[in-house]
Design a binder for this molecule. Structure first.
Ligand code: 13P
Ligand code: SF4
Length: 307
């Protein structure tokens, strides 16, 4: 164990803290975390922990969810600038106008959005539970789905709905190239292509399996295939190698045929040094105004009940 790892673990004990990490974090962060998961599992873990401090190694909207679901805890994040392109693609003012122009629509928002958008929503979904939740809504209910147009379009096909889609997208999943993925598959004919539903439709149409990060992880475990092309943020391969050590994983390529574009630039802002510093300082912490927190809590709690 390195000095830094020892210091982080000491501070964690002293602060009675739990370290939660998303699958897209650096390998060392995943390895030092108490729990590594997808957005849904991380929200559940954050809602039920009894530790005093939640160190959230993920992006800011994920840490906000932890704070909203467990507001008495000090929720800290290694780098407060760890945003998300889906969140920025849905500004509150514009979304409010959109909402007002569709007063009879029910609003289902993907968890990758700001606390303000959550507060304007009726229910929150993640890529793990979206189909299950949408299937529970009355069939004649008009629905707005925000902010991810690609996940929304995939869900429309899966559920037979005609949800109105906000035109947001993820810069990471949008950069995979269908053409380069097909070329990679031709060079590796026995491999399976697996993709996160934030990928555009043309990439999803080539996939043998589509699912949330935890569903992708489970798929590589149960599939008979020995090799996979991974069309999602590549840090998840760290867990795939652990769960299926004999199988091999190729990172889905971007337009230039390489994979340099597929790391999430926001997730990458969190480092082991910043994790150490945030535990030492008890900050940067997530603080949300009380009314905002309470309004955002309702659709999140509805999500937990429905999933
Ligand atoms: P998951 O909920 O599948 O972990 O996805 C989160 C995310 O940000 C994908 O880009
Ligand atoms: Fe947001 Fe995309 Fe990064 Fe996920 S991969 S956190 S959706 S920018």
């Amino acid at each position: 164990m390195t000095d830094l790892e020892t210091k982080i673990l000491e501070l964690k004990e002293q602060n009675n803290a739990i370290i939660l990490a998303h699958f897209y974090q650096d390998e060392e962060i995943q390895d030092i975390a108490d729990f590594v998961g997808d957005s849904l599992d991380l929200s559940r873990k954050a809602a039920t922990t009894e530790c005093d401090t939640i160190v959230f190694c993920g992006v800011k909207f994920m840490a906000e969810v932890a704070k909203i679901l467990n507001p008495k805890k000090n929720v800290i994040i290694p780098d407060i600038k760890a945003g998300c392109s889906l969140e920025t693609s849905c500004p509150t003012k514009k979304f409010l106008e959109f909402k007002k122009s569709h007063p009879s629509h029910f609003i289902a928002s993907y968890i990758n959005c700001s606390a303000e958008i959550k507060a304007l929503s009726d229910v929150i979904v993640t890529s793990s539970n979206a189909k299950k939740i949408i299937d529970q809504l009355p069939i004649d209910q008009k629905i707005i789905f925000a902010p991810d147009q690609h996940l929304g379009s995939y869900l429309n096909k899966l559920t037979g709905r005609d949800m109105l889609l906000w035109p947001g997208s993820c810069i990471v999943h949008e950069t995979f190239s269908e053409r380069e993925i097909v070329k990679m598959k031709i060079r590796n004919p026995n491999c399976e292509i697996i993709a996160h539903p934030e990928c555009p439709d043309n990439v999803l149409s080539k996939a043998n399996f589509i699912g949330s990060t935890s569903a992708l992880l489970n798929y590589v475990r149960i599939s008979n295939a020995q090799q996979f092309i991974i069309a999602t943020e590549p840090h998840i391969i760290h867990q795939m190698k652990k769960i299926a050590p004999k199988k091999s994983f190729l990172i889905a390529p971007g337009q230039n045929g390489d994979c340099s574009c597929s790391n999430c630039p926001y997730m990458e802002l969190n480092t082991m040094e910043k994790l150490y510093r945030c535990l030492k300082n008890g900050s940067p912490s997530i603080n949300l105004e009380k009314n905002l927190l309470n309004s955002a809590k309702k659709p999140l709690e509805r999500m937990l009940r429905m999933s």
